[in-house]
Design a protein around this ligand. Structure first.
Ligand SMILES: [Zn+2]
Length: 176
C-alpha cells in the first residue's frame, strides 16, 4: 500500500469533470489504487477522498463516516450518482484539498446514491446524516467542484490570495 500525494486548490485537476470508470477497468490494479486511496484518507486524516484529489481524474471516492456514525465503516464507491435528494442541511465542512479553510455549506439532508462496488456490482446507499454530507462533498469533487465554489466570490478570492502566499513560503522552505 502507498500513501498518495493530495493536491490542493487551485490545481487544474480539481476543476475537471472526472471520467466514468469503464466496467473492464474494475480489476486488481484499480482495487489496489482504491486501497491506496483508503490508506491516504486514513493517514491524512480525513473522512472522505475523491480520486481527483490524488490527481486521478476518475469517478471514484472513498469515505469513512465511522467517527460520527458507527453504522458505517470505510467504503469505496465507483461511478457514484445521486438519484434522489431531499431536505436541507447546513454543516461546517473542511477539505483536504483546501487547507486551512472551513465554511458552512448548504446541502441536501437525505441522498440516495447509486454506484458500483469494487467488484463492479451495482449498489444503492441511502443516508440522511454525516455520510450524506460526505457523499455530496466527494461527488462535487468528481464534477470539478470544491468548497470554494459554494462560498461567495469575495471569500473565495481572499482565500486563494492567502493560500498562494502560504504555498510560496512552503516552496521557499523546501528549496532553501
Ligand atoms: Zn474535499
Amino acid at each position: 500500500m502507498a500513501i498518495l500525494e493530495i493536491i490542493d486548490v487551485p490545481h487544474p485537476t480539481l476543476k475537471m469533470r472526472a471520467k466514468e470508470v469503464a466496467a473492464n477497468e474494475i480489476n486488481d490494479d484499480l482495487r489496489r489504487f482504491i486501497e491506496d486511496m483508503l490508506e491516504t484518507m486514513k493517514e491524512a486524516p480525513g473522512v472522505g477522498l475523491a480520486a481527483p484529489q490524488v490527481n486521478v481524474s476518475k469517478r471514484i471516492l472513498v469515505a469513512d463516516p465511522s467517527s460520527e456514525d458507527v453504522a458505517y465503516g470505510p467504503m469505496a464507491l465507483i461511478n457514484p450518482e445521486i438519484i434522489e435528494m431531499s431536505g436541507e442541511n447546513c454543516f461546517e465542512e473542511g477539505c483536504l484539498s483546501v487547507p486551512e479553510f472551513r465554511a458552512e455549506i448548504k446541502r441536501s439532508k437525505r441522498v440516495k446514491v447509486r454506484y458500483l462496488d469494487i467488484w463492479g456490482k451495482e449498489q444503492i446507499i441511502e443516508d440522511e446524516g454525516f455520510l450524506a454530507i460526505i457523499l455530496q462533498h466527494e461527488i462535487d469533487h468528481l464534477n470539478g467542484i470544491t468548497m470554494l465554489d459554494h462560498v461567495s466570490p469575495m471569500k473565495r478570492m481572499m482565500y486563494l490570495k492567502k493560500i498562494k502566499k502560504i504555498q510560496k513560503k512552503e516552496k521557499q522552505a523546501v528549496t532553501s
